[in-house]
Design a protein around this ligand. Structure first.
Ligand code: SAM
Length: 437
C-alpha cells in the first residue's frame, strides 16, 4: 500500500534522493536484531546460526537475512537477542548511558531501547522505564524479564506526573516519542492507513508537551535525547527548535556517526546537528536529537550494590547471591535496584523474585532470567538445538538426573528458565504464556 499523496509530495520537496526513497517504499523492510550483552557475549554471535551483517548504527546491531520465526528460537527465549529495526538502535548510542547513572526512558514500551540502555548501564544504577499505556507496560515488563534487566523500575504514569515526582533527578532522559510513524510504513500497513496531516499536527503538539516534562526531570548537566520514527519536520526539527527557544537552559549537541544531517529549518539553532535515517541510509526511519542541560550535575552517581539479604528458600537457589535490596510486598518478593525513590508508584521494580504460597516461597521465572548458570546452585545446560531444550520450551516435564531442588535451565550458557528437580525428573516452571506450541 503506497502512502498518501500529501506525504509523498512533502518528501519530494525535501529529499534530493526522492526517487530512490519512492522505489524503496515498495520493497520489504530491513530486519534486524540487537545482541543482548547482558546475557550473551557478542563474540559468540556466530553460534546463533543466523546470517548476520553489522549495521552502521550500533556495535551490537545486525541485519538478519530471510530467516523467519526468530521469536521461537531457543536463543530468543533465553534473551540472547532482541528483534529491532536496525535504525532504532542508533538512539541509545546517542544517549550513551553509563553505569551507575539514573536514567529515564519516558516512552518505553515495548522496550527495545530500555533493554539497550540497561545493557549500556551494565545492569547498574537506576533505569526508570515509563509507559503510559497499561497493556503496553506489561509487554515492557515481559521484555525486561526476558533480557535479564535488573536495574529497571517500570512505571505507567503521564509524563507530567513523572516530572512532579522526580524533578531534576536523572542524569539522562530519553523521549522516544509517540509519532505519526512514517518510518513504519514498510512494516505496518496500519501506519500508512492512519497517517494524515492532522495526525502529524496532533503528534507534534503532544511531543512538545512530553519534552517539557522530560526537561524538568533532568539534573543540570544532564543529557536529553529526543527521537521519533517519522520524517515530518513538524515532529522533528521544528519540535526541537520550539523546545530550544522555550528552554534556553538547553543546548543542542551534535549526534555523531550515522545517517544524514537534520534539516536546516531555523535561523536561531543549528538543526543540522540532529540526525535523520531513511531507508536509503540502511534503516526504516529515525530522527535523533541530543541536548544538554547547562551546568554541572550536583548528584553523586549511585554506588555498587551489596548482595541482597534473601530468605533461605531463595538464597539456597544461588551459588552467587544477586545484588540489590530484598523487599516483600503482599505475597510477592522482589530484589529492588539500589536508589529507587520512595513513593514512586511502580508496576514492577527490579526483579520479581518469588511468590508466597501456603507459607512457602515459589521462585519466579524472572529470578532465573537475570542470572548466569554459574550463579545458581543447580543448572541443566542444554544445546540450543537439543530435543530436551525444545521440550522444556514447550512446557514439558524433562526426564533427567540431578540434585533435588529448584534448577536453572540454560541454552548453551544462557539461562532461559527453571524447573524443580526430584528423583529423575525436572518439573517444568517455564511460564505458560511464553511456551512454544
Ligand atoms: N521506546 C520504545 C522502544 O524502543 O521499544 C518505543 C516507544 S513508541 C515510539 C512511543 C510510546 O509512547 C508508545 O509505547 C506509546 O504508548 C507511548 N505514549 C503514547 N502517548 C503518550 C504520552 N502522551 N506520553 C508519553 N508516552 C506516550
Amino acid at each position: 500500500m503506497m502512502p498518501k499523496d500529501e506525504f509523498l509530495k512533502r518528501e519530494k520537496e525535501y529529499l534530493s534522493d526522492y526517487e530512490r526513497f519512492e522505489q524503496l517504499l515498495s520493497q520489504p523492510p530491513f530486519k534486524g536484531i540487537r545482541i543482548n550483552t547482558l546475557k550473551f557475549d557478542i563474540k559468540r554471535s556466530d553460534e546463533l546460526g543466523l546470517s548476520l551483517e553489522p549495521t552502521p548504527f550500533c556495535p551490537t546491531g545486525f541485519y538478519v537475512g530471510e530467516e523467519s520465526g526468530l521469536g521461537k528460537l531457543a536463543w530468543h527465549h533465553a534473551g540472547a537477542f532482541y528483534c529491532q529495526d536496525p535504525s532504532a538502535t542508533a538512539v541509545v548510542e546517542a544517549l550513551s548511558p553509563q553505569p551507575f547513572e539514573r536514567v529515564l526512558d519516558m516512552c518505553a514500551a515495548p522496550g527495545g531501547k530500555t533493554t539497550q540502555i540497561a545493557a549500556h548501564m551494565k545492569n547498574t544504577g537506576l533505569l526508570v522505564a515509563n509507559e503510559v499505556v497499561k497493556n503496553r507496560a506489561q509487554i515492557l515488563v515481559s521484555n525486561i524479564e526476558r533480557l535479564g534487566v535488573k536495574n529497571a523500575a517500570v512505571t505507567s504514569l503521564m509524563p507530567d506526573r513523572i516530572a512532579e515526582l522526580l524533578p531534576e533527578f536523572f542524569n539522562r532522559v530519553l523521549v522516544d516519542a509517540p509519532c505519526s510513524g512514517e518510518g513504519m510504513f514498510r512494516k505496518e500497513e496500519a501506519a500508512v492507513r492512519e497517517w494524515s496531516p492532522e495526525h502529524v499536527e496532533t503528534c507534534a503538539v503532544r511531543q512538545r508537551k512530553i519534552l517539557d516534562c522530560a526537561a524538568q526531570c533532568l539534573c543540570d548537566g544532564g543529557k536529553l535525547v529526543y527521537s521519533t520514527c517519522t520524517f515530518s519536520p513538524q515532529e522533528n526539527e521544528l519540535c526541537i527548535a520550539s523546545f530550544l527557544s522555550d528552554h534556553p537552559e538547553f543546548e543542542l549537541l551534535s549526534v555523531e556517526g550515522f545517517g544524514r544531517y537534520g534539516m536546516n529549518l531555523s535561523d536561531a539553532f543549528d538543526l543540522t546537528l540532529t540526525k535523520r535515517i531513511y531507508p536509503m541510509d540502511g534503516g526504516e526511519g529515525q530522527f535523533v536529537a541530543l541536548m544538554r542541560k547547562r551546568g554541572e550535575c550536583p548528584q553523586q552517581k549511585l554506588q555498587a550494590e551489596p548482595a541482597a539479604q534473601l530468605p533461605t528458600e531463595l538464597s539456597e537457589i544461588f551459588s552467587n547471591t544477586p545484588t540489590g535490596v530484598y523487599a516483600e510486598k503482599g505475597d510477592f518478593c522482589y530484589i529492588l535496584p539500589y536508589g529507587l525513590p520512595d513513593g514512586l508508584p511502580v508496576i514492577r521494580a527490579g526483579i520479581l523474585a518469588g511468590e508466597k504460597k501456603k507459607n512457602r516461597i515459589t521462585p519466579a521465572h524472572a529470578l532465573f532470567m537475570s542470572g548466569r548458570p554459574c550463579d545458581f546452585a543447580r543448572c541443566v545446560d542444554l544445546a540450543p538445538d537439543s530435543d530436551l531444550l525444545a521440550a522444556f520450551l514447550r512446557g514439558e516435564q524433562l526426564t533427567c538426573e540431578g540434585e533435588s531442588g529448584f534448577t536453572a535451565v540454560a541454552c548453551s550458557g544462557v539461562v532461559t528458565g527453571f524447573g524443580k528437580q526430584s528423583a529423575d525428573s525436572l518439573k517444568n516452571h517455564y511460564p505458560k504464556g511464553l511456551r512454544n506450541r
